[in-house]
Design a protein around this ligand. Structure first.
Ligand code: XLS
Ligand code: NI
Ligand code: NI
Length: 438
C-alpha cells in the first residue's frame, strides 16, 4: 500500500529530541503506561469526512486540497479514497476510522442507488480492514447535507423527511454492524431551529426521542451491540441545536427514558462553543456514567464556530486523558480526530503532519495525566479539601441522617466559620511542573 502517498514512508517513533516533522515525538504505540499499551489507551481514529472527503471549501472559497485522486469522480473516486484512507492509516499506525454513509460513496439518484453504492464500497472497506487489521470505531449517517434535510431530519416538520432519515440510519447501522463498528454516533446535524416563530419545539423534541427510540430498537433487533452515542453541540448549523451540551442531552435522555441506551461522544470544539471547557464536558459525562467516546480536536477561542482544528494544546489533552484514566479507559470508545487541516494547508503531507501533532499531543497528555494520577497530586488535595464530610456533621449530611432543624442547632454553636485556601495557583504550578517533566 504505497500508491497515493508514495513520498511518505511509515511514520516512525523517534522520541522527543527528534526534529523530523514526519516522526512521532511522544506517540510510542507499544509503550506500556499504567499496565496498558499507549495505543490501547488512546484508540486513535481517523475521521473519513475531514481526511478523505473534505476539500477545503469555505463560505468564501472553492476547494483547495491537492490530493492524488482529485481527477477521479463518482464510484471511482470513492474506491480510490478507500485505498488512500487505508494507506494513510497504516502509515500513521492509526487503528480505527469513523465515517458517515455519505463520506464513503455517492448519494445516487434514488435511495436504492444510495444503498447499492454503499454495499459496493463497504465490501471494499471490509477487504482493506482484513488486510490491515484496522477497525471501525464508529459509523454514523449524514442527514444534514442534502437539501431534503433543510428543516432537519427527525425534527423536520415534514414526516416524509423523518421516514427518509430513518431509512438512512437503518442502513448506516447495518453497515456499521457489518464493519464490526464498536459504536454508532448520532450527532444532531440540523436537529434544532432557526426561529421559534415557525417551530413546534415540543413536537420536534418528542419526535427526536421517537426517532432515537426506534433506532435503539432496531440496533437490538439486528444484534448491533456497539455503544449508541449522542454528540452534543450547541449551535451550527442551526442557531440552536437541541443536543446543546452534555447536561442538556442527559436531561433529554432521562425525560424520554433513554438514559440506559445512549452515552455521549464529547467533542472539544463543541464544548467551547457551549461556553464550557473540554474538561468540563468530559467530567460531566464521566460522573453521570455517560462518557462514551471523544472527538479530539480544538477550536480557535477567537472564532465562534466549529473550526475542527487538529489538537495541539497539551493542557487540554492532559485534562482529557486525566478523566479517561479516572474512568478506567475510553473503550469501546476512542479518540476520533474530528479535525481538518486548515484550508491553506493543502498538500497531502500536511495531512500526515497534522495527525502526527494531534497524536503526539494526546500521547504527551496521557503521560502527564498518568504521572499526576500515580502521584495522587490532585486526588489527595481534593479529598483533603472535602474532608469535613468524613466525620461529624459532614458525615451526617452524607449519610442522610440530619435535617434543617439539627443543622440549624449545630450552626448556632459553630457560627465562627474558618475556611481554607483553594490554592488554585499552587495547583496550576504543579500541573505545569508535571507537563515540563513528563
Ligand atoms: C459536527 C460534528 C460531526 C460529527 C459526526 O460538528 O462534529 O462531524 O462528529 O457527524
Ligand atoms: Ni464538530
Ligand atoms: Ni464531531
Amino acid at each position: 500500500m504505497n500508491k497515493y502517498f508514495s513520498n511518505i514512508n511509515h511514520i516512525p517513533f523517534e522520541g522527543s529530541d527528534s526534529t523530523n516533522p514526519l516522526a512521532f515525538k511522544y506517540y510510542d504505540e507499544n509503550k506500556i503506561i499504567a499496565g496498558k499499551k499507549m495505543k490501547d489507551h488512546l484508540r486513535f481514529a481517523m475521521s473519513y469526512w475531514h481526511t478523505m472527503t473534505g476539500q477545503g471549501q469555505d463560505p468564501f472559497g472553492s476547494p483547495t486540497m491537492e490530493r492524488p485522486y482529485n481527477d477521479l469522480d463518482g464510484m471511482d473516486l470513492s474506491k480510490a479514497r478507500v485505498e488512500a484512507a487505508f494507506e494513510l492509516m497504516s502509515k500513521l499506525s492509526i487503528g480505527y476510522f469513523c465515517f458517515h454513509d455519505l463520506d464513503i460513496s455517492p448519494e445516487g439518484k434514488s435511495l436504492q442507488e444510495k444503498y447499492d453504492n454503499l454495499d459496493i464500497i463497504v465490501d471494499l472497506i471490509l477487504e482493506k480492514m482484513n488486510e490491515t487489521g484496522i477497525k471501525c470505531l464508529w459509523g454514523t449517517t449524514n442527514a444534514f447535507s442534502h437539501p431534503r434535510f433543510v428543516h432537519g431530519a427527525s425534527t423536520s416538520p415534514n414526516a416524509n423527511v423523518f421516514a427518509f432519515a430513518a431509512a438512512q440510519v437503518k442502513k448506516a447501522m447495518e453497515i456499521t454492524k457489518k464493519l464490526g463498528g464498536e459504536n454508532y454516533v448520532f450527532w444532531g446535524g440540523r436537529e434544532g431551529y432557526e426561529t421559534l416563530l415557525n417551530t413546534d419545539m415540543g413536537l420536534e423534541l418528542d419526535n427526536l426521542a421517537r426517532f432515537l427510540t426506534m433506532a435503539r430498537d432496531y440496533a437490538k433487533k439486528i444484534g448491533f451491540t456497539g455503544q449508541l452515542l449522542i454528540e452534543p453541540k450547541p449551535m451550527e448549523p442551526t442557531k440552536h441545536q437541541y443536543d446543546f451540551d452534555a447536561s442538556t442531552v442527559l436531561s433529554f435522555l432521562r425525560k424520554y427514558n433513554l438514559q440506559d441506551d445512549f452515552k455521549l461522544n464529547i467533542e472539544a470544539n463543541h464544548a467551547t462553543l457551549a461556553g464550557h471547557t473540554f474538561h468540563h464536558e468530559i467530567y460531566t459525562s464521566r460522573i453521570n456514567n455517560a462518557l462514551g467516546s471523544i472527538d479530539a480536536n480544538q477550536g480557535d477561542l477567537l472564532l465562534g464556530w466549529d473550526t475542527d482544528q487538529f489538537p495541539t494544546n497539551i493542557y487540554d489533552s492532559t485534562l482529557c486523558m486525566y478523566e479517561v484514566l479516572k474512568k478506567g479507559g475510553i473503550a469501546p470508545g476512542g479518540l476520533n480526530f474530528d479535525s481538518k487541516v486548515r484550508r491553506g494547508s493543502f498538500q497531502s503531507d500536511d495531512l500526515f503532519i497534522s495527525y502526527i501533532v494531534g497524536m503526539d499531543t494526546f500521547a504527551k497528555g496521557l503521560l502527564v495525566a498518568n504521572n499526576l494520577l500515580v502521584d495522587r497530586v490532585l486526588e489527595d488535595f481534593i479529598s483533603n479539601r472535602y474532608s469535613s464530610y468524613n466525620n461529624g456533621i459532614g458525615k451526617e449530611i452524607i449519610d442522610g441522617v440530619t435535617d434543617f432543624e439539627k443543622l440549624a442547632d449545630y450552626a448556632l454553636e459553630h457560627d465562627q466559620i474558618k475556611n481554607v485556601s483553594g490554592r488554585q495557583e499552587l495547583l496550576e504550578d504543579i500541573v505545569n511542573r508535571y507537563i515540563y517533566k513528563s
